[in-house]
Design a protein around this ligand. Structure first.
Ligand code: NAG
Ligand code: NAG
Length: 425
């Protein structure tokens, strides 16, 4: 699910004179004048100045700004800025306020710039064979496969708690709301406005198991979705990833081929590239390599560990290669991607991995399914990687049977590659 960008609220605010008075004034002025792409670049100048004073000064000042608007509770402002502030401060220190990366940042964080034009590049792939393999049905039984996605399980979902709350995530008991009358109590298993209860998630897995499938695919987002950055940390996310992995292992009697989602880390959406020193989401890949080892062999779990959560595996009893990609290095709300002015066409080598695995499938006469969380065709994706990914897909379209994604909360299926996306549900 898309991150709610609290920073867009900054555009309508009046900042009181605070501790960092002169910079706060500069930022307040720049914010009040930030109405288009040029003025967004100008706004980054005082924000970079604030970032130079250190992560905590940056986060605290921005949190004060957020609170002064008053549309979010204080704990939401503190939580969100406490998590995302340091990443933005790191970005701003590293880049020019007027470069292409800054334009991407203004697009993603403030919505004030268009994405820049694609940096045109021919992604290197081996030539297609002169006589592509013809795929003809042998008339066997079709296989049945279940696809589920974006389970967003909230382990703190509490039946009877307030549905109409003022936090990013409701149906929970909050200390600062204790004793307040409940307007709309949360249902036993689920309520609109809220994430998935443990009971509902387990019921979904049991229903999947009852479908007599050969295997399942899960296109990511285990962790509760509405909380965004607020209230998630590495300890909690690790425990919740492990818990859902275990539920899939025990409640599904057939293999699952999972994918990493943008919520399956902390802070949310945060996957630093391997060119960023001092930050890493390797702990996510470690956790999932262990949690998925029931369905993946040792070379496949090694790939999860070393290819940023991506892997490729042949579904048992088939000639079908499942290629699971971490698409979050192409995701606009992954703020670590704004920490350099040097353009990286293929961060962490995910595109090259996809091409290699498709070539291996072609060489072996296998068909392939591509799985990912964020669809590279989505407006959440950088146009550059979307373009390069499309080149790979067009090259291997004879091998790829289908591409399956999550993230939009409408399962996204791309088939008949020359046609438009087909979205079901
Ligand atoms: C991390 O999150 C868990 C809930 O998942 C919470 O109990 C714990 O206090 C948090 N730890 C820190 C250091 O914030
Ligand atoms: C990042 O990962 C890619 C793919 O594995 C690799 O080719 C590249 O050398 C790595 N870069 C660094 C700085 O580790």
């Amino acid at each position: 699910m898309r991150t709610k960008l609290i920073f867009s609220l900054l555009l309508t605010l009046h900042v009181p004179n605070g501790v960092h008075a002169s910079l706060v004034d500069d930022i307040a002025n720049a914010i009040s004048q930030a109405v288009d792409c040029g003025s967004c670049h100008a706004l980054l100048v005082p924000m970079k100045g604030l970032a130079e004073l250190g992560n905590s000064v940056f986060s605290d000042t921005m949190a004060a700004v957020c609170k002064s608007i008053g549309t979010e509770d204080d704990d939401v402002c503190d939580g969100t800025l406490g998590e995302l502030g340091p990443i933005l401060a790191h970005d701003l220190r590293a880049i020019s306020p007027f470069g292409r990366t800054a334009t991407q940042l203004c697009n993603s964080v403030f919505g004030l710039c268009q994405q820049p034009a694609v940096i045109q590049m021919k992604f290197p792939v081996p030539r297609a064979p002169r006589t592509p393999k013809m795929w003809v049905s042998k008339g066997g039984q079709p296989i049945r496969v279940a696809h589920f996605s974006d389970s967003h399980v909230d382990r703190e979902y509490t039946p009877g708690a307030e549905v109409e709350c003022t936090k990013n995530i409701c149906c929970r008991n909050y200390a600062d709301k204790a004793g307040k009358p409940i307007q709309q109590p949360a249902g036993i298993l689920a309520s609109h406005n809220c994430d998935t209860s443990t009971g509902l998630a387990e019921s979904m897995l049991r229903a999947t198991s009852a479908q007599d499938v050969s295997f399942s695919i899960f296109t990511g987002d285990i962790i509760e979705g509405r909380s965004d950055t607020w209230l998630v940390n590495q300890t909690g996310v690790t425990a919740h990833l492990q818990q859902f992995d275990q539920e899939m292992r025990t409640l599904l009697d057939k293999p699952v081929f999972p994918v990493i989602g943008n919520h399956d880390t902390a802070p949310v959406n945060s996957f630093p590239r391997n060119t960023t020193s001092g930050a890493s989401s390797q702990w996510v890949f470690d956790t999932q390599a262990a949690g998925w080892s029931e369905w993946l062999d040792t070379s496949e779990t090694a790939s999860v560990l070393h290819m940023s959560g991506s892997y490729s595996a042949v579904a048992p009893g088939t000639n079908l290669r499942i290629i699971s990609l971490n698409t979050l290095y192409w995701y606009k709300a992954n703020f670590w991607l704004f920490d350099s002015d040097t353009f990286q066409p293929d961060p962490n080598g995910i595109l090259a991995f996809a091409a290699q695995q498709l070539q291996a499938a072609e060489d072996a006469g296998q068909r392939a399914w591509i799985l990912g969380h964020m669809p590279p065709s989505s407006s959440d994706a950088f146009h550059d990687q979307s373009n390069y990914f499309d080149q790979i897909i067009q090259r291997y379209k004879n091998t790829i049977a289908v591409l399956l994604f999550g993230h939009t909360h409408k399962v996204t299926v791309c088939s008949r590659l020359r046609q438009k996306l087909l979205i079901i549900y």
